[in-house]
Design a protein around this ligand. Structure first.
Ligand code: DX5
Ligand code: ZN
Length: 214
């Protein structure tokens, strides 16, 4: 399992310490949640935090853009150190163009789906994608309750990927713990984001190691 701990749940007074902890853990990627207060009802952080994280690790920076008009900022996120950029289907009226824009900078392209958005909307772009992100909570906040129907949605996404002979990997975000993570793994998830479950645990590195084994 690919594990991508979300720095949204880190201590922002100690970004360097928490990034170094993740760097020295078994985490594969670092998940960066960018929120604009427009697409989602919360504001998180922007380029300075991403740049700071990037100076303390060479792990893959997995950037999840919960922002309106993401095309406008793709180059800035690449310059700040993003390795994977995921935009929301719900924010991109010209999704094909957004995906090509991300790929034009040589970084990996992902598309996220809100809980109410069916997997079928990605059918025509699936072969262009490196990653699909299934939201298992409504985006905007860490620490929310996992939406149980997300497990069946992951299985549907997996079937669609196989049907189209596509190579996109399935990442799941929201309410992930060892229990929900096991169900998601069985349904076909390739990567798990975990924020509060990692950072609120007594031993975040050990928690990451446990998620890796799913
Ligand atoms: C939610 C974010 C998530 C969040 C997950 O809008 O996209 O990445 O950090 O937090 P947990 O793991 O606490 O549900
Ligand atoms: Zn996220």
């Amino acid at each position: 399992m690919i594990v991508s701990p979300s720095i949204l749940s880190c201590d922002f007074g100690n970004v360097e310490r928490d990034t170094k902890m993740l760097h020295n853990s078994e985490a594969d990627w670092l998940h960066i949640d960018v929120m604009d207060g427009v697409f989602v009802p919360n504001i998180s952080f922007g380029f300075p935090i991403l740049k700071s994280v990037n100076t303390h690790t060479d792990k893959v920076l997995d950037v999840h853009l919960m922002i309106a008009n993401p095309d406008q900022y793709i180059k800035d996120f690449v310059d700040a150190g993003a390795d994977i950029i995921t935009v929301h289907y719900e924010t991109c009226p010209h999704l094909h163009r957004s995906i090509q824009l991300i790929k034009s900078y040589g970084v990996k392209a992902g598309v996220a789906l809100n809980p109410h958005t069916p997997v079928q909307v990605l059918e025509e772009v699936l072969s262009d994608l490196d990653l699909v992100l299934i939201m298992s909570v409504n985006p905007g906040f860490g620490g929310q309750k996992f939406i149980p129907s997300s497990v069946a949605k992951v299985a549907k996404m997996k079937a669609l990927i196989i049907e189209h002979n596509a190579s996109a990997i399935i990442e799941v975000d929201g309410g992930v713990n060892l229990q929900t993570g096991a169900a998601l793994s069985a349904a076909g998830a390739d990567a798990l984001v975990a924020g509060s479950y990692v950072f609120k645990s007594d031993n975040p590195s050990a928690t990451i190691s446990n998620l890796k084994k799913l």
